[in-house]
Design a protein around this ligand. Structure first.
Ligand code: CUA
Length: 344
């Protein structure tokens, strides 16, 4: 964060803070942003120097050819002048090698700083472990619970972490290669089927950030977003508590009918709603879908109209998505919407 808000503030402010690796909100992204700015300023300085030297060289050459033209003959450059030029070239090569070496060192130490989190101060009791599974085209997020495995909580496309606490993300994919990337938090990490991997991060600022799959994974790769929320610890605990409970029972007759629609149609073949018979894991867990800000992996906002459009014909919104169209009488659809919206 050496340069972050002050120097190139204008540039940074022009871009949304939501998905911006130059507006770090975590320790690892801070290291990456610093590295970026160091390279930016060093390379800018070199570019400007080269441009200045080139400019003067061209001016000189122009003057010299005029003089030579007038004399009608090319004079042999004096010996000492050639030696001077050789000295300058050798000096410039040495300076270039030195600069490259210093950049290499800075790069190396940045890498060390980024991965230090996983090696040293981790493993302590206060770290949080979250499993992230990439699917075409959505994110499954599982909060592991070592002490009480029954309290493992599963959600989709929206994850919360507490500010200041080390988080270990265990990354997996079930189909093709995806890449987990929340630019404000950390660099990219590929999710390769059959090769689970992990990454550590520590968020330093609260807020809502956006992640994006960063490896082309099919037709809807661009619509594979993730909402990444950093909460104050007590807000996070409250969210965990609320998310770990079973879905609320239907509160009225319409919601009850909506639940019946859900359980009697093909919805339950793919989705789970904890506390009901729906336990499939093909599609996102819908136990608390009413509390999420976005639908369809960030493709559309979670409003009644969009939800209805999504249920009736998902292919309209995300062509190629695995979810089939669901035509149903409008009464059934309205009841289903009431029920899903009640799942907070
Ligand atoms: Cu998943 Cu791109």
């Amino acid at each position: 964060m050496m340069f972050a808000p002050s120097g190139p503030g204008l540039f940074v402010a022009a871009i949304s803070d939501m998905q911006n690796s130059l507006a770090p909100a975590g320790e690892q992204a801070g290291n990456i942003a610093n590295l970026w700015w160091i390279y930016f300023w060093v390379l800018t300085a070199i570019f400007v120097l080269v441009a200045i030297f080139l400019f003067f060289a061209m001016m000189r050459r122009g003057r010299r050819s005029k003089v030579e033209g007038a004399a009608g003959q090319i004079e042999h450059p004096a010996e000492p002048r050639e030696r001077r030029i050789l000295g300058v070239v050798i000096g410039a090569v040495i300076v270039t090698i030195l600069i490259l070496f210093v950049l290499l060192l800075i790069d190396f130490f940045t890498g060390r700083a980024i991965y230090a989190l996983g090696e040293s101060d981790m493993g302590g009791g206060d770290s949080l472990e979250i499993k992230i599974i990439g699917h075409q085209w959505w994110w499954e997020v599982q909060y592991e619970n070592q002490t009480e495995p029954s309290k493992m909580m599963t959600t989709a496309n929206e994850m919360h972490v507490p500010v200041g606490r080390p988080v270990k993300l265990n990354l997996e994919s079930t189909d093709v290669i995806h890449s987990f990337w929340v630019p404000n938090m950390h660099g990219k990490k590929d999710l390769v089927p059959g090769h689970p991997t992990s990454m550590w991060l520590r968020a330093e600022k609260t807020g809502t950030f956006r992640g994006q799959c960063a490896e082309f994974c099919g037709l809807q790769h661009a619509h594979m977003r993730l909402t990444f929320v950093v909460d104050p610890p007590e807000v996070f605990d409250h969210w965990m508590e609320a998310s770990s409970t079973d879905a609320p029972e239907p509160g009225n007759e319409t919601e009850r009918r909506g639940q019946q629609v859900f359980l009697s149609r093909q919805c339950m073949m793919c989705h789970a709603i904890n506390g009901t018979n729906a336990r499939a894991t093909v599609g996102p867990d819908l136990t608390h879908i009413g509390s999420r800000a976005m639908l369809a992996s960030g493709a559309i906002p979670n409003t009644r109209g969009y939800l209805a459009g999504w249920i009736v014909n998902p292919q309209n919104i995300k062509p190629g998505v695995r979810m089939p169209p669901n035509t149903m009488p409008s009464d059934d659809l309205n009841a289903l919407l009431d029920y899903l919206e009640s799942l907070k």
